[in-house]
Design a protein around this ligand. Structure first.
Ligand SMILES: [Fe+2]
Ligand SMILES: [Zn+2]
Length: 384
């Protein structure tokens, strides 16, 4: 169901309209391609290849109402157009055309699979074995992160270095003010750089919201766990709670989408960072793009006076949602467990850590681009 691209699409008929070409496919589907779009996307050797980020064609070199002189479709596998006025020739592969069809019914972006506390019964997970055994295992792990925002990997040997080797199989680890890898252990110092090194419980949050672009993908690897049931990990699907808010209190949802809040972090003389963002970000179609939620690092709101009260009400409503047991996944990570999640979607937190406990997690992060890159490469290698 998810690997449509493997299908072989055939062009059945082509109709020339004034400004566009209507392509009828052998599976009954119909696509419209505007001439200007087709000309703009020619990938002949003269025009360069936009598929590879090597486009040389420039829109300013052709008339806005560019017209074909002739259109041919020999065998259903390719479309050939010769253009006015310079007889430039373009050939479009049928699979390429179908993949880039922009007709209304085809334009359905992949939807995230929203989840709540019930996910505990069917966790998106895999094993270290599985991901080491080959591309299919790694693809499944990445598809879980793409669709659920999170994937658990079991049986990763609880040794220093394993976190890095799994992460680096996808892309470069991001350097942050915590270094490349950060150890989450309780330390006795008074002035910890991160509250993660205290015993406190941590309310679900997304990490590093005070950065212009917070880390995209976060990795946790558990080396040691507590034996008193304390320090359990919490996860919440930020997209789920945002959609619940959109349904139940649309005016609150709108406020959180349209006004920015600031997040900041100060530490000694070394760190002083601040960034602003809406709590909920949408794409131009109104689909969720990301959430940035952190009680820890919230700076004082600077809002229009008349919005202070409704904004606080909206913010509180959201907090009620992301702390509600109904939406909370609570798991006790065991040594060897790894969690990979999308920090622009999934909130994480933990319960308080008991006295004299040994819990040790290692943390690192990566830009989101590498998730997408690895998905593409693996899918192509596997022929999807
Ligand atoms: Fe965190
Ligand atoms: Zn060309």
């Amino acid at each position: 169901m998810m690997h449509n691209n493997a299908k072989n699409y055939e062009i059945y008929a082509v109709l020339q309209d004034k400004k566009q070409l209507v392509v009828h496919w052998s599976d009954g589907y119909k696509s419209t391609f505007h001439y200007i779009w087709l000309r703009d996307n020619c990938y002949c050797s003269a025009c360069g290849d936009p598929r590879l980020g090597k486009k040389r064609f420039r829109l300013i070199d052709v008339p806005a109402d560019v017209q074909p002189q002739s259109v041919h479709c020999e065998n259903g596998n390719a479309l050939e157009i010769t253009w006015e006025p310079d007889e430039h020739r373009s050939v479009y592969d049928a699979q390429w055309l179908r993949m880039h069809c922009y007709s209304a019914t085809k334009r359905e972006p992949r939807q995230p699979i929203l989840w709540d506390s019930h996910i505990v019964n069917h966790l998106p997970q895999t094993t270290y074995e599985e991901i080491r055994n080959g591309d299919a295992g790694r693809l499944l792990m990445l598809e879980h992160v793409r669709d659920y925002g999170i994937c658990f990997v079991r049986n990763v040997p609880p040794q220093t270095g394993k976190l890095e080797s799994v992460a680096e199989s996808l892309g470069p680890i991001m350097e942050s003010h915590y270094g490349r890898v950060f150890d989450i252990v309780v330390t006795p110092d008074e002035n910890q750089k991160s509250v993660a090194n205290s015993r406190y419980n941590l309310i679900p949050h997304t990490d590093d919201p005070y950065q212009d672009i917070p880390p995209g993908i976060i990795f946790f690897h558990c080396l040691k766990a507590n034996d008193d049931g304390s320090g359990q990990s919490l996860f919440v699907d930020g997209f789920q709670i945002a959609e619940v808010l959109r349904r139940e209190k649309p005016s609150a949802f709108d406020l959180l989408c349209h006004y920015e809040v600031s997040f900041h972090k100060q530490y000694d003389e070394q760190i002083d960072i601040q960034a602003s963002s809406p709590v909920i970000s949408l794409d131009p179609r109104g689909n969720l793009r990301g959430v940035r939620i952190s009680n820890l690092f919230a700076a004082p709101f600077e809002l229009p006076e008349e919005l202070v009260e409704p904004f606080y009400a909206a913010y509180k409503k959201l907090m009620q949602l992301y702390t509600a047991p109904k939406y909370l996944l609570k798991v006790a990570l065991r040594p060897g467990d790894m969690v990979i999640f999308d920090n622009h979607r999934i909130l994480h937190g933990r319960t308080e850590i008991g006295m004299q406990q040994q819990r040790h997690l290692r943390w690192c992060s990566m830009q989101r681009d590498y998730l997408h890159r690895s998905l593409q490469i693996l899918a192509r290698r596997l022929g999807y």
